[in-house]
Write a protein that binds this ligand. Structure first.
Ligand code: SAM
Length: 278
């Protein structure tokens, strides 16, 4: 099957008199060369289940169906796009399932059962990071992820200790996944163009995921809340006895959050959990 046989995305938007809503972070990819490149970044998904959040007019949806996603579950909050998506159900031989829902509230496991699925999305900018955190914490249904973010957010996800972009998002994402920036998509590739460039990030489950993401959220919020301060002062938001906590984690009280790596933050979260259990 070839999406070039379908009416063009631009024509579809015009025929249905649709325009982008800023409040829903709508910036569309109407060039199939780009959506096909994103679909290829998912690896071989022929016959595998995938979930796409925010299909909008369906450019990425078409590309994912072309490469054989089965089933492809799409969750779109804006009902105006349903008439553009519905014809793709027949076109794909019934592989597409459409849900008109808010992805922040959606219970994916209820839609999917226990099947492990790939998550792929050109994310709405305003809810990109909250959706990522939701999926990092998700149950066994959540497989690898291929996600588009604003370039600056993508850099924060893949950042390493010592880099300016290193912070909470990097520690939380990398606690569960190996994160890699795949490619940059310039602002002009979108309709309408956003103010900044975007980037595709590939997140694959790591062999040793850290299980206590809530604890990690607490310690990273405190540590990076005052990122230039030494841990012994920065962590006061968490506990009055910061030295005991830091020593228990095997870290130096004079270290700063931006220098602490994944294993250091895991140790800190473990120490915080242990301190709160006693
Ligand atoms: N995938 C399309 C593309 O690449 O052209 C559209 C991407 S656009 C950046 C983001 C899409 O997410 C829009 O269609 C928007 O309506 C949808 N959206 C925004 N917030 C959402 C939410 N909370 N739940 C589900 N979809 C949402």
């Amino acid at each position: 099957m070839n999406a070039d046989d379908l009416p063009s995305l631009r024509d579809e938007l015009e025929v249905h008199d649709l325009w982008a809503k800023k409040s829903l972070g709508q910036h569309f990819l109407l060039d199939m060369n780009i959506t096909r490149r994103i679909a290829r970044a998912t690896g071989n998904i022929a016959g595998k289940a995938a979930i796409e959040v925010g299909p909008g007019p369906g450019g990425l949806t078409r590309a994912l169906l072309e490469v054989g996603a089965d089933p492809l579950i799409v969750i779109e909050k804006d009902a105006r796009f349903l008439p553009l998506l519905e014809p793709l159900v027949d076109w794909s031989g019934g592989r597409l399932r459409i849900y008109n829902e808010d992805a922040l509230k959606a219970e994916e496991a209820a839609l999917l059962g226990d099947e492990r699925v790939l998550v792929v999305s050109n994310l709405p900018y305003n809810v990109g990071a909250p959706l990522l955190i939701k999926w990092l914490k998700a149950g066994p249904w959540r497989g690898d992820m291929v996600l588009m973010f604003q370039k600056e957010v993508a850099q924060r996800i893949v950042a390493k200790p010592g880099q300016d972009a290193y912070g909470r998002l990097a520690v939380l994402a990398q606690a569960r996944c190996d994160a890699r920036l795949e490619f940059i998509v310039p602002a002009r590739a979108f309709t309408p163009p956003p103010k900044v460039a975007s980037a595709i990030v590939q997140l694959t489950d790591r062999a040793d995921p850290y299980p206590h993401l809530d604890a990690l959220e607490r310690v990273t919020a405190a540590a990076f809340g005052q990122r230039r301060k030494m841990l012994r002062s920065a962590l006061r938001a968490l506990t009055p006895d910061t030295e005991a906590l830091i020593t228990r984690a095997g870290l130096a009280p004079t270290a700063r959050a931006e220098e602490i790596d994944q294993s250091g933050f895991r140790a800190l979260a473990d120490a915080w959990r242990a301190q709160n259990a006693t």
